[in-house]
Design a protein around this ligand. Sequence first.
Ligand code: TYM
Length: 331
Amino acid sequence: MDKVLSGIRPTGFLHLGNYFGALLNFIKMQEENECYFFIADYHSLTTHPKPADLKTNVKNVLIDYLAAGLDPEKATIYIQSDLPEVCELSLLLSMNVYVGELQRVSSFKEKVRRQPNNVNAGLLTYPILMAADILVHRADKVPVGKDQEQHLEMTRDFAQRFNNLYEVEYFKLPVAYNFGNELIKIPGLDGSTKMSKSDNENSCIYLSDTPEIIRKKVMKAVTDSGPTEPNQPKPQAIENIFNLMKVVSAEETLHFFEEEYNQCRIRYGDMKKQLAADITAYISPIYNRILELRDNDEYLKRVIRQGAEKAHENAAKTLHDVREIIGIKKF
Ligand code: TYM
């Protein structure tokens, strides 16, 4: 049985990128694998959220997880900060990670560019903490979107380095995983190639958006005046709309609009209306469950308590082994 693990930072509600990149596949996998799903609250501290916001966001992500179909009886659902073993493993791994390689990570360079006034050490060591999240459960597969590929490569490097240094074959080398051959990247509605909350709120569709909000956001999506010659390649913003349709709409619908585009008959207003309706239909069961779960604090607390216990059981075993391998507390 494979061990599967994934995590999401609590920065707000989950959007379609999180859902298709990190969640949908996982929901399918929980039936046949040992699955761990956690809320990466430590990781979200790099941007200094207000304490009250952090609390609310953790709760909202938990609700979104459950509403999307994660089953606490099948998968272990927990909060990162409930698992102190992660911090210890992160520290132990960090002794064998080089500052230079951390400085070369694309997401770090991007953060330096975007937030030059807050280049904190947590941003630099982010990939070590992430490796600890994964290795603490000795996961085989990690469902993630394309943007996390490099972090997974680093996790494999750190695991291999640990094994080499101590001449053991302790850590498995986990692979990034999604449902196609390729990792997925859900585009934004603003013409950007990645749906991301940090870029533009309106470029994201959240699982908790009402049909009305979805319609408004989709109708505002960036398009152009349409192709002037048949069978032309699509500009990025148009490609994005088609890519969104690919994940939520029926094949015939996509095919119809592809034909319209290729024959220069496309009416983007019609296409967007259809897309908004298909997104709404796709997420409405999730949205309805979100509403049900919002006021069920007792249940949510139970899920998190149970998840912390199960995650701890597994993580404690790893830390016991790792301490032994390293030679800590031999006496
Ligand atoms: P985060 O919180 O930025 O995103 C959570 C997950 O959603 C995926 N994702 C997307 N996938 C496709 N298209 C998009 N537009 C899109 N936007 C986001 C991300 O790839 C990710 O899988 N570092 C992680 C959190 C983390 C983690 C881990 C993940 C911490 N430790 C261990 C896996 C394993 C992060 O910031 O994801």
